[in-house]
Design a protein around this ligand. Structure first.
Ligand code: PGA
Length: 253
């Protein structure tokens, strides 16, 4: 694993304001003892302000689960990067498979959201991944390359500000199912992404790539040892302190 390990909790549509405040107090405390792990959580929009106020003095970073590309305007149900920053968020999940699957997000939207985040100092955590059908048809690499093509073109152009970005490889069939690819498959896929990056940019290193999909204290020990894995994007196991703190302990090594 790299020097810095990212552990990002995606709470999805879980934990309202009261539950967030209580849980964040524990996580804020946990974060202060971490030496090599960047602990981040993405609560629902309504809980962001309470999360950031609790996390203020700690190393716990708060992010949003999505962000729009416009600064403001008639986009019912969306929030802008400026609003997220004002609420104290430091990063944004973009292109999560649930957004793609249930809300019709496509690669073009993902790119627009990513550009807006980078232009306003929100760290984008861009999610990619194949469905089971695509995997079984041997199309994983092609699917990932299609999802990444526009993004990598942008990142290696003069237009892109030189700011960090994180990728999260999350096989759709592994999310919330308890199924996890083999360590060899995770390694190969992450290597494939790095190879693809090199075909765009031979000088800059590939952005860090997290693994996501049914990460738990039972499997993270092995997954986190993979050189090409820079950390994890965690759904279910990030909702419970006992599990998430255990993951942080594993990340610390
Ligand atoms: P999971 O979700 O850990 O519950 O599989 C991961 C994610 O959706 O980011």
């Amino acid at each position: 694993m790299n020097n810095k390990t990212f552990l990002i909790g995606n709470w999805k549509m879980n934990h309202g304001i009261a539950a967030t405040t209580e849980y964040c107090q524990q996580l804020a405390e946990l974060s202060t003892g971490l030496k090599k792990t960047e602990l981040k959580i993405a609560p629902p929009f309504l809980s962001i302000a309470s999360a950031t106020s609790v996390a203020k003095e700690s190393q716990l970073q708060i992010g949003v689960q999505n962000v729009h590309w416009a600064e403001n305007g008639a986009y019912t149900g969306e929030i802008s990067c400026g609003m997220a920053l004002e609420a104290g968020a430091t990063f944004a999940l973009i292109g999560h498979s649930e957004r793609r699957q249930y809300f019709g997000e496509n690669d073009h939207d993902v790119l627009r959201r990513t550009r807006a985040a980078m232009e306003t100092d929100l760290l984008p955590v861009v999610c990619i991944g194949e469905t089971l059908e695509e995997r079984e048809a041997g199309k994983t690499d092609t699917v990932l390359r299609t999802q990444l093509e526009g993004l990598f073109t942008y990142l290696s152009s003069d237009e892109a500000p030189s700011k960090p970005l994180i990728l999260a490889y999350e096989p759709v069939w592994a999310i919330g199912t308890g199924k996890v690819p083999t360590l060899e498959d995770i390694t190969d896929t992450h290597r494939g992404i790095i190879e693809y990056w090199k075909s765009f940019n031979s000088t800059a290193p590939c952005p860090p790539i997290l693994y996501g999909g049914s990460v738990s204290p039972d499997n993270f020990g092995e997954i986190s040892k993979i050189e090409e894995v820079a950390g994890a994007l965690v759904g279910g196991a990030s909702l419970v302190y006992e599990k998430f703190s255990k993951l942080a302990e594993i990340a610390e090594g």
